[in-house]
Write a protein that binds this ligand. Structure first.
Ligand SMILES: Nc1ncnc2c1ncn2[C@@H]1O[C@H](COP(=O)(O)OP(=O)(O)O)[C@@H](O)[C@H]1O
Ligand SMILES: [Mg+2]
Length: 267
């Protein structure tokens, strides 16, 4: 998996070579009025591995994620998923395409329980003639099994989410992603608000998802986390992807330099 022939100073094109491509972002642009949030962003995500996006605040990371998940429609460029140009008009389109997202700023529904959050807007129903009944028992059972399988530490799946800690909430959000993803999970700063122990739990959960064959795209400020989790890292600055590399080929210090601009990148 590692390309040992790559020199340390060439950050320009880390994702060429072996490995199937899950996602290709080609010249994607996004404007908010006169603000250019994305000015022609390019990157690729390989199947079955963790790809990280790093960059300063305002670099365009969340906007790019939202373009990938149908929350925003790009003003230019193309998003290619599994070799086909995607035309997501809304998040449901992306979900139907098998992409689940854990957003930085769209959380769980506080007043609902763990299992209700996991089935939110995708409830299992039983039809009897013209009537529809919620299959509450079945949903609880499935939620419980998944939570146990993933070793997510929540007190009970019937607890309302507002009584959970930050780490437990994040674990539920990720478990929901794992539950519905058919190929890919995107996580925007999933551990930004968490302590060390909770971060370790969330990272373990992400690793298990990859072991199960999912592709993961993660936005993170935490370079040590990027080193621990990812195989490929892309650096964003001012609405562009200014470089990328296989993660094993860079040090934390080099990543910092790439983000701040102290290390000049090709492309
Ligand atoms: N909904 C929005 N309306 C207006 N400007 C936005 C909106 N979302 C993001 N921006 C702007 O786009 C740029 C990129 O933001 P964002 O993608 O959130 O960056 P990051 O996630 O890397 O911190 C910033 O200048 C931000 O202020
Ligand atoms: Mg962001």
């Amino acid at each position: 998996m590692t390309d040992n022939t790559r020199s340390r100073s060439s950050f320009d094109n880390g994702a060429t070579g072996a490995g199937d491509i899950k996602v290709e972002v080609r010249d994607v642009e996004k404007l908010f009025g006169s603000i250019v949030a994305l000015r022609g962003a390019n990157l690729t995500v390989r199947k079955g591995e963790v790809t990280a996006i790093v960059g300063d605040n305002g670099a365009g990371k969340s906007t790019l994620v939202k373009c990938l998940t149908g929350l925003y429609v790009p003003d230019g460029g193309e998003i290619i998923i599994d070799g086909e140009v995607a035309h997501f008009r809304n998040p449901d389109d992306a979900r139907e395409g098998g992409i689940e997202t854990v957003y930085q700023d769209l959380a769980l529904s506080d007043q609902l329980s763990v299992w209700q959050n996991m089935f939110m807007s995708r409830e299992l129903v039983r039809r009897v003639g013209p009537f529809k009944f919620l299959r509450r028992k079945e949903m609880k059972k499935q939620a419980k099994t998944l939570v146990e399988d993933l070793a997510v530490t929540v007190p009970s799946i019937t607890n309302s989410v507002k009584r959970l800690s930050g780490g437990q909430r994040q674990a539920v959000a990720i478990a929901r992603g794992v539950m519905w993803a058919k190929g890919m999970i995107i996580l925007d700063e999933p551990t930004a608000a968490l302590g060390l122990r909770e971060t370790a739990q969330v990272e373990a959960l992400i690793k298990r998802t990859v072991d199960q064959g999912q592709t993961v795209l993660i936005v993170s400020h935490n370079f040590e986390q990027v080193k621990r989790l990812s195989s490929q890292v892309w650096v964003m600055r001012a609405g562009q992807v200014v470089g990328g590399t296989r993660t094993v080929d860079v040090t934390n210090e080099e990543l910092v330099g790439m983000v701040t601009g102290a290390i000049q990148l090709a492309g």
